[in-house]
Design a protein around this ligand. Structure first.
Ligand SMILES: NC(=O)c1ccc[n+]([C@@H]2O[C@H](COP(=O)([O-])OP(=O)(O)OC[C@H]3O[C@@H](n4cnc5c(N)ncnc54)[C@H](O)[C@@H]3O)[C@@H](O)[C@H]2O)c1
Length: 368
C-alpha cells in the first residue's frame, strides 16, 4: 500500500479546514464522508468531490477505509473512537480525545490490544511557528527554561459559531476547548507536567448565540468559563496558564512566553500553525525575530493525521499521539479537580511521556 484511505465522520464547521489541507496530500486520500445528519455529509462531498457518502455504520463496516477521522462534537468523540477501533480501523480525533479519562484510557488500551493507532488534535504544534520555537529551546538559545506564561483570554465562541452549545456543555469551556492548544504547546516545548493547581469559575450563567439562523437563542452554561492555574513541569520549570471565555474587552497579554536562564522566547498563537517567534537574550535591549526554521501556512489542520499515516507506513511513532492527548486530558481534568478540592493534583501520565532526548541534552549542556 502506498497511501492510506481516510473516512471522515462529522462534516460540520471544522471539516473544510481538514478537507482543504488533505486534498493535496500524497500520503492520504479522503474517500468517504459520514455525518449523523446525512445532508451535511452529502453537501461536503459535493463541495470537495468526495466519492462516497456513507452512514456512520456503513463507514465503520467499509473494508475500503484505513483511518477514521473523527470530527464530531466532544460528546461523541469516545463512542466514535472506540467503534472505529472495534471495527479494525485506526482513528484520529479532534480534541479533546474524549470527555472522561476512563473513556480515554479504554480507547488507548483497545488500540494497544488491537495494534491500531490513536491520534488526536491539536496538530498546530507541528506547524512552523511552534517547531521554530521548539528548535530554539532545544538549541539552548534561552538557556535552561525556568518558567512559562500562557494566556487564552477571549469572549467565547458564540460570536462566530452558529451552534455553540457544546462549548458550554461538560467537555467544553475554555479549558477543554482551547486548553488542548496551550497545554500541548507547553508540553511540546517544556516536557510533561507533573502536578498543577488551579482556580476555576463560571460567573456568567447564560450565553446568547450571536450569529447564524439561531441568533438570539439562549444557552445555559454547564462548565467553568475562567481558569487560572500553575503548572510544574518534570524538568523543574513552572508555568502559569489562564484560559477564559469571560474577557469580552480583550487583553494585551502575549499568548505564550518561555523564560530561560539566558533569555526569553515569545511563542506564536498555538491555535495557528505559523506565526513569528521572537527572542530577547539576556543583556540585549531588543526583541529580535528568530529566523523561521520551517515553512507553512496558518491553517494546516490535517498535518497530524498525515503524520500518523506516514508513521504507520514507516513503522514509527506519530507525534499527535493518543498518549500526548491523554496527558493533556489528565491536565485539563486536574484543573477542575484542583479548584474543586483546593489542592495540587499530580498527573500520573507524566511518567509515560518522557522528554525528547534532544531537549534533555540541551538542558544538560546548559547546566554544566
Ligand atoms: N469549529 C472550529 O473552528 C474548530 C476548530 C478546531 C477544532 N474543532 C473541534 O472539532 C470538533 C467539531 O467541531 P465543529 O465546530 O466542526 O462542530 P459542528 O457542530 O459544526 O460539527 C460537528 C458535526 O458532527 C456531527 N456529529 C455529532 N455527533 C455525531 C455522531 N455521533 N455521529 C455522526 N456525526 C456526528 C454533527 O451532525 C455535525 O455535523 C470539536 O471537537 C471541536 O472542538 C473545531
Amino acid at each position: 500500500m502506498t497511501g492510506m484511505r481516510i473516512g471522515i465522520i462529522g462534516c460540520g464547521n471544522i471539516s473544510p479546514a481538514y478537507l482543504n489541507y488533505l486534498q493535496d496530500s500524497s500520503i492520504v486520500k479522503v474517500t468517504a464522508l459520514a455525518d449523523m445528519l446525512p445532508e451535511k455529509a452529502a453537501e461536503r462531498a459535493k463541495e470537495y468531490e468526495i466519492e462516497r457518502v456513507y452512514t456512520v455504520e456503513e463507514m465503520l463496516q467499509s473494508p475500503d477505509i484505513d483511518i477514521i477521522l473523527n470530527l464530531t462534537i466532544p460528546a461523541s468523540h469516545a463512542a466514535i473512537n472506540i467503534a472505529a477501533l472495534e471495527h479494525g480501523k485506526h482513528v484520529y480525533a479532534e480534541k479533546p480525545l474524549s470527555i472522561s479519562l476512563e473513556d480515554a484510557k479504554h480507547t488507548l488500551a483497545l488500540a494497544e490490544a488491537k495494534q491500531l493507532r490513536v491520534g488526536c488534535a491539536p496538530d498546530t504544534f507541528l506547524g512552523a511557528g511552534m517547531e521554530t520555537s521548539r528548535k530554539a529551546i532545544q538549541e539552548g538559545q534561552i538557556g535552561r527554561p525556568i518558567a512559562a506564561t500562557a494566556f487564552m483570554m477571549g469572549e467565547g465562541p458564540e460570536g462566530w459559531h452558529p451552534n455553540p452549545e457544546f462549548f458550554y456543555a461538560e467537555g467544553g469551556g475554555p479549558m477543554f476547548d482551547m486548553g488542548p492548544y496551550y497545554l500541548t504547546a507547553l508540553v511540546n516545548l517544556l516536557g510533561p507536567i507533573t502536578r498543577l493547581s488551579s482556580s476555576a469559575a463560571s460567573l456568567i450563567p447564560e450565553r446568547i448565540v450571536k450569529t447564524g439562523p439561531r441568533a438570539g437563542t439562549r444557552i445555559p452554561v454547564h462548565t467553568p468559563t475562567h481558569f487560572s492555574g500553575t503548572l510544574d513541569f518534570a524538568d523543574g520549570a513552572i508555568g502559569t496558564l489562564v484560559t477564559s471565555f469571560d474577557i469580552p474587552g480583550g487583553s494585551t497579554l502575549p499568548r505564550i512566553e518561555i523564560y530561560g536562564t539566558e533569555g526569553s522566547l515569545l511563542v506564536p498563537d498555538p491555535n495557528y500553525f505559523d506565526g513569528v517567534v521572537k527572542i530577547r537574550k539576556y543583556g540585549s535591549e531588543e526583541w529580535s525575530t528568530v529566523p523561521p526554521a520551517f515553512t507553512g501556512a496558518a491553517n494546516e489542520r490535517g498535518k497530524g493525521i498525515e503524520d500518523m499515516a506516514r508513521a504507520i507506513l514507516e513503522h514509527r511513532e506519530h507525534r499527535a499521539s493518543g498518549k500526548l492527548a491523554y496527558h493533556v486530558l489528565e491536565a485539563m481534568h486536574a484543573f477542575i479537580a484542583s479548584s474543586n478540592e483546593g489542592r495540587h493534583i499530580h498527573l500520573e501520565s507524566a511518567a509515560a511521556l518522557p522528554l525528547e532526548a534532544a531537549f534533555r541534552s540541551s538542558v544538560k549542556a546548559v547546566l554544566v
